[in-house]
Design a protein around this ligand. Sequence first.
Ligand code: G3D
Ligand code: MG
Length: 180
Amino acid sequence: MSSSYDFLFKVVVLGEGAVGKTAIVTRFSHGFFRTDYKTTIGSQFAVKNLEIPSGKNDSLTVKLQIWDVAGQSRFQILRPMYYRGSSGGILVYDVSRRRTFIVLEEWLEELEKALGKKIPLVLVANKTDLPDRVVDPAEGKEFAERHDMPYVESSAKTGQGIVDIFEQLAKTLVEERTTE
Ligand code: G3D
Ligand code: MG
């Protein structure tokens, strides 16, 4: 039954405007990619169930409530409200725009300040399908290691890495919850 689950987590999606946050969430929750996304106004969320292997032959159903928060600076005042109650998050940058990588620290600070603590995050290097990549995998991996988070390369356009992002996060969240 799609309404039954073992764990429910609120997940926030962070990153500069136009890095592909809405495209990633749409691809993951509906399985398609559209090019006519309206710039996310304020915030919206998608819900999706994931099966995470557990033990030898068993699995757990993890329900993710994924909040796609608007990245534009004019929404900055509202964002802390959407961060509240998040168990985890994904931090997204666009490999074809260095600025989106440089500002990652600021996103981390904003989130930690709003929550008063650190939560598990996955670093997402999006738009790997583009030929004009400027941020190398090594740079992303170094950032991810330094902040103790998994690193996933993705393309919301081709679908590469999209499920992996949420599986990695769900696994970490379940581990955290079950070892508390
Ligand atoms: P945001 O929610 O982070 O602001 P969007 O970003 O999801 O709205 O995406 C911004 C633009 O990048 C959109 O283009 C979208 O189609 C495109 N995009 C998102 N992910 C990818 C990707 O993996 N590869 C490529 N090539 N493009 C991507 P438009 O032109 O509609 O503004
Ligand atoms: Mg958006």
